[in-house]
Design a protein around this ligand. Structure first.
Ligand code: PEP
Ligand code: MG
Length: 578
């Protein structure tokens, strides 16, 4: 007998894709109160120091094994010792508050301040404050840190999970987790994604429904949790899990395999924004790096990165990717995007003036004339690293060929200076990003001066549709398969072809299966996606029939809207097993 009555489905926010089903381990967190006893300032200082040391020790233990967790734990250790927190707590103690209230109030102020920042990175740090506060609180109350020991394949359900909790989840046994708190950009969500563990966050009512030991299903792609699935549901989930496992096996077989689409090599490369991503790309066997975002080197710091620092990073990026793909020549190129500062990415040390419309302001290449020294340093570092690695640069926010002149001039100048100083240098191709509609329209003229073009669909969509890429209410205007976008892609490919210049796509759309097929059908020869998607996209494009894809892509150019385009591609996609 199927007992349908016990099955409950709770909706939350999709935090990390995938499906998991297993008996549930419910993690409860007790409220901890600090008893007033002894000199509160000294007690706080000792607790903060010891918590910092414990977090550092945990970070060392974790190393690089658990995705980004090690880095987050190190950042939390610094936060525990941060005078900003100590000052706030002490001020409240001086005003006569209890240690319990002063800790809650001081940490609360810091958390609210960070949460209100118009900066995703800083806003995410607010959750760190919460985790650090809870840890100091437990230390002061003499309550041991909770330990989560899984003894069999399990799904974990909790009100909240800290970074320290996630590193305890045995990767062999954890099948997924869900929490009542948190958003898709919270640390636990990011860590879950980097570990490939299905996760759902922000599930209200989860704790009152969860039963320890009962079976739960985490659907991290759709953002749902099914508690006590009925037999029929469990059987369906089992089938989906088996299909997923088969797909993963098939994808693993594609590691390092070259995709030939319509007789032409189609490189599936990875995006990167740091050394960790480079390692993931090499592990996935990506055909090189199609977009190395270098802004992270410039943001949140007091001074610009030096030539040596950049040289070391670019050189190891090139070498690591090549080591991951030893049997290939041109397919381990790393395309370094010159700094794309401005818009939503301010660099504190530059003290740039406020702009009314930062996305339409002095960002990307438009900033280079007034920051020529930064460009010189970056291009010198690339030229030196290119002596031992296959590197190219590509320039963001190009509107036309004139935007490449300064980059070319500075690269030549720096190469000459380095050679005169006895340095080894290598050849560096210069490409242009196509993310301003003018660049797509003028692609022929641009291609005359560029070694390759790379379409940045994130910005090209926002500028074509005049819809801020971060504005959730404009989602209906942000679909990159809108025929307006596809026509601009076609213009870019056709324009570039007049000079024999290849065109890639490096925006998020490259990892959207529908868009990826359309790009292949329009003659794009490189797709750059997150490392985790490299082999999925490879399997989809390899499974499709090129003639059919080309015909659908051509028809899509004349569709009325994005929805119609998706409907056209759906039958093709179904045949690829996506
Ligand atoms: C893009 O705009 O599509 C792109 C790849 O650049 P970013 O997302 O870094 O602006
Ligand atoms: Mg962009």
């Amino acid at each position: 007998m199927i007992d349908e009555r016990t099955e409950r489905t709770l909706a939350g926010l999709a935090a990390s894709g995938g499906l998991g089903m297993a008996p549930t381990v419910v993690i409860t967190g007790a409220t901890v109160e600090i008893v007033e006893d002894g000199e509160p300032k000294a007690r706080f200082a000792t607790a903060a120091d010891e918590v910092a040391a414990a977090l550092r020790a945990l970070a060392d233990e974790v190393g690089e094994d658990r995705g980004e967790a090690g880095e987050v734990l190190k950042a939390q250790a610094m936060m525990a010792e941060d005078p900003e927190l100590a000052d706030r707590v002490e001020e409240r103690l001086d005003a006569g508050e209890t240690l319990d209230a002063a800790l809650a109030g001081g940490a609360g102020e810091l958390r609210d301040m960070l949460a209100s920042m118009d900066d995703e990175y800083l806003a995410a740090r607010a959750a760190d404050v919460e985790e650090v506060e809870a840890r100091i609180r437990r230390h002061l109350a003499g309550v041991a840190e909770r330990s989560i020991e899984l003894t069999e394949p399990s799904v974990v359900l909790a009100h909240a999970l800290t970074t320290a909790d996630t590193v305890q989840l045995d990767p062999e046994l954890i099948r997924g987790f869900a929490t009542e708190t948190g958003g898709p950009t919270s640390h636990v969500a990011i860590i879950a994604r980097s570990l490939g563990v299905p996760a759902v966050v922000g599930v209200s009512g989860l704790m009152s429904e969860a039963t320890d030991g009962a079976v739960s299903v985490i659907d991290g792609t759709n953002g749902t949790v099914v508690l006590d699935p009925a037999d029929a549901t469990a059987a369906e989930i089992d089938e989906r899990l088996a299909a997923d496992a088969a797909r993963r096996r098939a994808e693993a077989e594609l590691r390092g395999v070259e995709v030939v689409f319509d007789g032409m090599a189609l490189d599936i490369t990875a995006n990167a924004a740091g050394a960790d991503d480079i390692a993931r790309a090499a592990a996935a066997g990506a055909d090189g790096i199609g977009l190395f975002r270098t802004e992270f080197l410039f943001l949140d710091r007091a001074e610009a990165p030096t030539e040596d620092e950049q040289y070391a990073l670019y050189r190891s990026a090139g070498e690591d990717v090549a080591a991951g793909t030893p049997d290939r020549s041109r397919r381990s190129q790393v395309i370094i995007r010159t700094y794309d500062i401005g818009g939503d990415k301010p660099a504190d040390f530059l003290e740039l003036p406020e702009e009314e419309n930062p996305f339409l302001g002095v960002r990307g290449v438009r900033l280079y004339p007034e920051t020529r020294d930064l460009l010189e340093t970056q291009l010198a570092a690339v030229a030196r690293a290119a002596a031992t690695a296959d590197l190219a640069v590509m320039v963001p926010m190009v509107a036309g060929p004139e935007d490449l002149v300064l980059v070319r001039e500075v690269l030549a100048e720096q190469t000459e200076r380095l050679v005169a100083a006895g340095h080894e240098v290598g050849e560096v191709e210069i490409g242009a990003m196509v993310e301003v509609p003018a660049a797509a329209v003028m692609a022929g003229a641009l291609a005359e001066h560029a070694a390759f073009l790379s379409i940045g669909t994130n910005d090209l969509t926002q500028y074509t549709m005049a819809a801020d890429r971060g504005e959730a209410r404009l989602a209906h205007l942000q679909d990159p398969v809108h025929p307006a976008l596809l026509r601009l892609c076609k213009m870019t490919v056709d324009g570039a072809a007049t000079h024999g210049v290849p065109v890639g796509v490096c925006g998020l759309a490259a990892a959207d299966p529908t868009a990826a097929l359309l790009f292949a059908g329009l003659g794009i020869s490189k797709l750059s996606v997150a490392a985790a998607s490299v082999n999925t996209i490879k399997s989809i494009v390899s499974a499709a029939d090129p003639a059919e894809v080309r015909a659908v892509a051509t028809a899509a150019l004349d569709a009325a809207d994005a929805e119609a385009v998706r409907a056209l591609v759906a039958p093709l996609l179904a045949n690829t097993g996506a």
